[in-house]
Design a binder for this molecule. Structure first.
Ligand code: C2E
Ligand code: MG
Ligand code: MG
Ligand code: MG
Length: 270
């Protein structure tokens, strides 16, 4: 490119830019290795009903880096998205979740726990996304109705027609969908009506302010009412205090996920 600009043009990276590029290249390379060498871990965070019973878990990916230790998803998912590595990574997550469902199927008190996994935009846009999910289900023998795919409003708005069509296809297999971080995106109510969702997940920013801010309570109450009217379940994320849980239950939200009940942990700790 510098060549095309003509011989009188002087081009150089400033040191910061160069470091950024090198860091990204190094990160991308080690992310590839992570996938190949099995350095990814799926952590599980319980989802609990108003009687304190576990109804399911959310699977949250971690990178067990040989030198850096446990790396949270915020530090590698964006680059995985950009490079396309999110596709095999997301596939690994689905596989791990389905294998766990099959293990729980042997344990009477856990056989109806569901696992929610996060799906990224690039993953959903894959033309063979539906086939990939169906294949993992078939190959592991996991019960499709116990697999819940979490999508965000922003992701759905990228290409609503494609998303609706894929969701409908998976719904025929009884796979379910939850709308993650609900209330933070820009979803129109028309999409809420058209999407084959089974759950709304109230974003933790609304839960945070419960008890301090009357408007947060009003928003929660409105989301719960809307979910009820649309025949959707509703879960709150980021529940950290008993006061927050109390305010949620008083407003009709009866399923919770958050540090109050448990942080995301490896399966042995769950
Ligand atoms: P998310 O799906 O909204 O997940 C909830 C995040 O909130 C998790 O962060 C969780 O650890 C954190 N959290 C749970 N309870 C509490 C609480 O009581 N208080 C607070 N302050 N935080 C709480 P985590 O694990 O770092 O994941 C961050 C995001 O990374 C997730 O947000 C999700 O968007 C993404 N992510 C995680 N795993 C995957 C994955 O396998 N695939 C994809 N595509 N994205 C993933
Ligand atoms: Mg999620
Ligand atoms: Mg969320
Ligand atoms: Mg969130």
């Amino acid at each position: 490119r510098a060549k095309e600009d003509g011989r009188n043009t002087v081009r150089f990276f400033n040191p910061e830019m160069q470091q950024g590029v090198l860091e990204r290249l190094a990160l991308e390379k080690s992310l590839r290795i992570a996938l190949q060498e099995g350095q990814l871990r799926l952590f599980y965070q319980p989802q609990v009903d108003h009687q304190g019973r576990i109804t399911g878990v959310e699977g949250l990916v971690r990178w067990q880096h040989p030198q850096r230790g446990l790396v949270p998803p915020g530090e590698f998912i964006p680059l995985a998205e950009e490079t396309g590595l999110i596709v095999p990574m997301g596939q690994w997550v689905l596989q791990a979740a389905c294998e766990q469902l099959v293990r729980w199927a042997q344990v009477p008190e856990r056989r109806d726990w569901c696992i929610a996994v996060n799906i990224s935009g690039r993953q959903l846009r894959q033309p063979d996304f539906v086939a990939q999910v169906v294949q993992v289900l078939a190959q592991t023998g996991a019960a499709p109705e116990l697999l819940k795919l979490e999508l965000t409003e922003t992701l759905l708005l990228e290409n609503p027609q494609d998303a609706i069509q894929k969701m409908a296809a998976l719904q025929k297999y009884r796979v379910r969908f939850s709308l993650d971080d609900f209330g933070t995106g820009y979803s129109s109510l028309a999409y809420l009506r058209d999407l084959p969702l089974s759950q709304l997940k109230i974003d933790k920013s609304f839960v945070n302010n419960l008890g301090q801010d009357d408007r947060a309570t009003a928003i929660v109450r409105t989301i719960v009412t809307m979910a009820n009217n649309l025949g959707l379940d509703v879960i709150a994320e980021g529940v950290e205090t008993a006061e927050q849980q109390q305010a949620l239950s008083a407003n009709g939200c009866l399923i919770y996920q958050g540090y109050l009940f448990g942080k995301p942990v490896p399966i042995e700790e769950l």
